[in-house]
Unconditional design. Structure first.
Length: 374
């Protein structure tokens, strides 16, 4: 295949357009989050800069760009400057194959989901390097926390993606969306939707999973020594990843740009996809304004004791339904039945008074210490 100069120019323009579009999306998300959380907390949000505070994100961006960049004296300067790029570049590259509509995609890959999985995990390296190169104890601790958290929650995330691939019979995003023309996978596989959404929140470090840069414990995590434009790169990557998780939920479980009344023109299909994506974004913001931060032990227990076993069960349910050719509604019933178990267990746990739970934990500790001594 011969690559011409025109092809290079077109790809470059497409990438620049994608970067510009994602930057605008980040500005809109920061404004929307402030306004939405303000309404949840009986506030009005930004109102001073521009009508309804619409120019506040631009003012914040200008402030970050002109702030002084400070480098710790013992830091590794090369890795210190490289780490933000290692976090941002993977979150940008995956958008090359994520479609906004059937015909609105830079490169439609047959292994698009595999491409997404392969590149999205590389951001872990940037977070660890950001902490290690800062020569700060708090930053190193935050980097280790980020590695432990992201690796743990990648397992159920990837397993859920594999379940959608099994249902669609393809790793192409467009084929996955086409498989939801009549019934979205959120209806067929509600267990997978819950696992993917929770794992996605943990992957992007949104509340209640913002443990690796918890201000009350490790000041600012791996970003504590960053300032100015380089800190803004981490901030940009976080909101791009937030939009990416919402877009993946819309594509893999909500039917993307498809709806049950036939095909739409490209502009209308893109608008429908963005509407679903922003709806998921609002749910993410709502969770931030509702739930407190988890402890590190609760965070890891949720992944290894709950989500990972459930993700394997979800794979088994999908495999059984496909192998025996059962009706699609049987997969829905099985998913709901499995999903009801952890929900019931959590409700029972919450009904136990806090003092009673403390007494049980104390008794358990006494028994364990007695076993160790014996």
């Amino acid at each position: 295949m011969t690559v011409t100069f025109t092809d290079v120019i077109l790809v470059t323009l497409a990438l620049l357009s994608l970067l510009t579009g994602l930057s605008v999306v980040v500005l809109s998300l920061t404004w929307l989050e402030r306004k939405f959380l303000g309404r949840l907390q009986a506030r009005v949000g930004p109102t001073r800069v521009g009508p309804m505070g619409l120019l506040q994100p631009i003012a914040d961006a200008i402030k970050l760009l002109f702030k002084e960049d400070v480098i710790p004296g013992g830091a590794d300067k090369v890795l210190f400057w490289l780490a933000p790029l290692l976090v941002f570049v993977p979150s940008f590259v995956v958008w090359i194959t994520i479609p906004f509509a059937r015909d609105v995609v830079i490169r439609n890959l047959d292994l698009g989901l595999f491409f997404f999985i392969a590149f999205s995990v590389l951001s872990i390296v940037g977070l660890v390097l950001a902490g290690w190169s800062s020569a700060s104890k708090y930053a190193i601790l935050g980097g280790f926390r980020s590695a432990a958290q992201l690796i743990s929650y990648e397992i159920p995330l990837i397993m859920t993606i594999l379940a959608t691939v099994m249902l669609a019979g393809s790793m192409n995003f467009i084929d996955v969306v086409d498989g939801q023309r009549t019934v979205p996978y959120a209806v067929l596989m509600p267990l997978g939707l819950v696992i993917f959404f929770i794992s996605g929140l943990a992957e992007i470090g949104r509340t209640p999973f913002d443990i690796y840069f918890a201000e009350s414990e490790v000041v600012g995590g791996p970003f504590v020594e960053y300032s100015g434009a380089h800190w803004a790169v981490f901030f940009l990557a976080e909101y791009i990843n937030t939009f990416m998780v919402a877009a993946l939920v819309a594509l893999l479980f909500l039917g993307g740009w498809s709806w049950p009344f036939g095909d739409l023109p490209s502009a209308a299909a893109m608008a429908l996809f963005l509407a679903k994506t922003y709806l998921v974004v609002l749910v993410i913001f709502w969770i931030r304004g509702t739930y407190p931060r988890l402890r590190i032990d609760q965070l890891m227990s949720l992944s290894w004791k709950v989500l990972i076993p459930l993700s394997f069960i979800n794979i088994i349910l999908v495999a059984v339904q496909l192998f025996y050719g059962w009706p699609a509604w049987t997969l829905t019933l099985m998913s709901l039945a499995v999903l009801a178990v952890p929900i019931y267990a959590q409700i029972r746990y919450q009904r136990i008074p806090a003092m009673e739970r403390a007494r049980r934990y104390a008794e358990r500790g006494i028994v364990q210490r007695a076993k160790v001594r014996s």
